[in-house]
Design a protein around this ligand. Structure first.
Ligand SMILES: [Zn+2]
Ligand SMILES: [Zn+2]
Length: 131
């Protein structure tokens, strides 16, 4: 078990992870890229019951399977700070027991280096894989 904390750019959203970080990835899919306006988006995966909003609330944007905004065709919910737009979580429809949390919103992203790249078929040509 590990404990991690994080939050959004403007400081209105804070969250805590009290549980194992299962997975550390960088996703190159078009949905993650557009939702974050970054060339690729790093994620850690935790169990849903270990993720808790400590302050503020999140706004939700839904993407159904195959639609714009999904992660390589995987439907789910992306959650953001409603004030500053920082992308905080993704919950995929086919693994609702888990929450993907943006590594870049963690207070200590150094502790979670990526172990693999995902969504490589959508990768921008000038972006090198991270793992
Ligand atoms: Zn914010
Ligand atoms: Zn993605």
């Amino acid at each position: 078990m590990s404990k991690a904390t994080g939050g959004c750019f403007c400081g209105s959203v804070r969250y805590e992870i009290d549980g194992e970080i299962r997975n550390s990835t960088v996703c190159h899919c078009a949905g993650c890229r557009r939702a974050s306006a970054a060339p690729a988006l790093a994620w850690v995966t935790v169990s849903a019951d270990s993720f808790e909003i400590a302050q503020g609330r999140l706004a939700t944007i839904r993407g159904r399977k195959g639609e714009k905004g999904t992660c390589d065709g995987c439907g789910g919910e992306r959650r953001f700070c409603p004030k500053c737009g920082t992308h905080i979580t993704f919950v995929a429809d086919d693994r609702t027991g888990e929450v993907d949390v943006t590594t870049g919103s963690l207070d200590n992203p150094d502790a979670f280096p990526p172990e693999k790249d995902e969504g490589l078929r959508s990768k921008i040509a000038w972006v090198k894989p991270f793992a």
